[in-house]
Design a protein around this ligand. Structure first.
Ligand code: ASP
Ligand code: MG
Length: 422
């Protein structure tokens, strides 16, 4: 059996949903598990709604109406028969959010976030499943919360692998034997049956979890790009498709910030040696990228850009060396503040890191560090990672830039830089 994952961009409107349905239908009648995200930018909207609710802002009602109107607009175009059960089903799903919004936001905001934001995937999957059935493509809808079991670290829940694998193997396999099964990415449930989410853009990871538990033949992520490219088209006019990629390169690229695949996706499928294909939903006949252990093609230099970086330089106040002892202390402070280090470099008496700019987190981090260290920082920087770099690729990205920090390993070069002011 195989797994297809469709993200929000692929089903962003009626035409998108029809196109995705076409791709699924042309797969045939063999067992297929389809994992979908919320429609378009729904998650962003629901996130805004959650914060409005948490802050007691009545804007929340308006935002919910917007989300509802957007979905009903699509449903009205897809279903000609207004008696189709999808109308009731969707209405009932939205009612659950309405109930939540009527209560005071007393629970933790992360918990509320997951209860509200998860609705995006529930409605998108219900709409797509109902549409597939309407066009004669028999599809069984399943609630991912019955399978993906997590702890209660809301918004970034950790998967409980044993329980999850057990549920999937015990119950989902039977449905798959009947044909196409469609479920949600991104969401799971705690042992108390509260909804949890796996972190933004986590649907790829969900698909990989199902893939691993089911020992799938392959997994395909359908994207709006022809495959894994050597740079995000957002930054480069000319990009190159990488036809084959090793798991190792895929994990490195996604770790450094290539957004084409969620970074947590590769490990579960690498562990089971399942090939991962990245293909275009705009050109479904085109071969995309194959990520597997057998990838043999020559490495292509790849570029990953991260903007809004902050370079922090940390100096022991007493001029002592940066050694294992204070490094472990510094990292403990980063860990406590949930700040991820994108790149780092140390010298005798200083330690520098590049991190994403998150004002709230950084303020607390600097305040904690300042108890023992002198901290200097520089904002509005850019971090470029080049995998399989050479001088030519470095020259290409450093035109009119001043490099503040450079870290090179055998295959990867990272530079933190800012615009050179003429
Ligand atoms: N809908 C969720 C998000 O936008 C999950 C996903 O798209 O993978 O973050
Ligand atoms: Mg998405």
């Amino acid at each position: 059996m195989q797994i297809y994952k469709f993200g929000g961009a692929s089903i962003k409107d009626t035409a998108g949903i029809k196109n995705v349905a076409n791709i699924i239908q042309s797969y045939g009648t063999q067992n297929l598990l389809v994992v979908v995200s919320a429609i378009g930018k729904t998650t962003d909207k629901l996130q805004e709604l959650t914060w409005a609710h948490v802050h007691g802002d009545d804007k929340k009602y308006h935002l919910l109406e917007e989300v509802k109107a957007f979905h009903y607009g699509i449903i009205n175009e897809l279903f000609t028969d207004h008696k189709n059960p999808i109308y009731n089903d969707i209405a009932n799903t939205f009612v659950e959010v309405e109930w939540l919004l009527e209560e005071e936001a007393e629970d933790s905001s992360d918990y509320l976030y997951d209860q509200i934001v998860s609705i995006g995937e529930l409605v998108s999957s219900k709409i797509l499943a109902a549409y597939l059935n309407q066009i004669g493509c028999f599809t069984i809808w399943q609630d991912a919360r019955n399978y993906i079991k997590t702890d209660n670290n809301y918004r970034e829940a950790n998967v409980e692998w044993d329980k999850t694998t057990q549920e999937i193997q015990k119950h989902l396999s039977a449905y798959l034997a009947q044909g196409i099964v469609l479920t949600q990415g991104f969401i799971g449930a705690t042992s108390e049956n509260f909804t949890s989410t796996l972190g933004r853009e986590g649907s790829d990871y969900s698909a990989a979890i199902f893939c691993s538990a089911l020992d799938a033949e392959s997994m395909t992520i359908w994207k709006d790009v022809p495959g894994v490219l050597n740079a995000d088209p957002k930054w480069f006019d000319e990009t190159e498709k990488i036809p084959q990629l090793s798991y190792h390169d895929a994990i490195e690229l996604t770790y450094y910030g290539a957004t084409v695949i969620h970074p947590k996706t590769i490990k579960p499928i690498q562990n089971k040696s399942i090939p991962l294909y990245v293909r275009s939903f705009l050109n479904p006949l085109e071969k995309g990228t194959e990520i597997s252990s057998s990838a043999t093609t020559l490495p292509v230099p790849s570029f990953i850009f991260k903007v809004d970086q902050v370079l922090l330089s940390i100096f022991p106040k007493d001029f002592s060396f940066i050694i294992e002892e204070n490094l472990s202390h510094i990292f403990a402070i980063f860990h406590k503040n949930k700040v991820k280090v994108n790149t780092m470099l140390n010298s005798a008496i200083s330690f520098s890191v590049s991190i994403d700019d998150d004002e709230v987190k950084i303020e607390q981090l600097i305040s904690d560090l300042s108890e023992d260290y002198k901290v200097k920082y520089n904002k509005n920087l850019e971090l470029v990672t080049i995998r399989y770099y050479n001088q030519q690729t470095i020259d290409r990205v450093t035109v009119d830039k001043k490099v503040l920090l450079e870290v090179k390993s055998r295959n990867t070069c990272q530079m933190v830089m800012k615009d050179r002011i003429a």
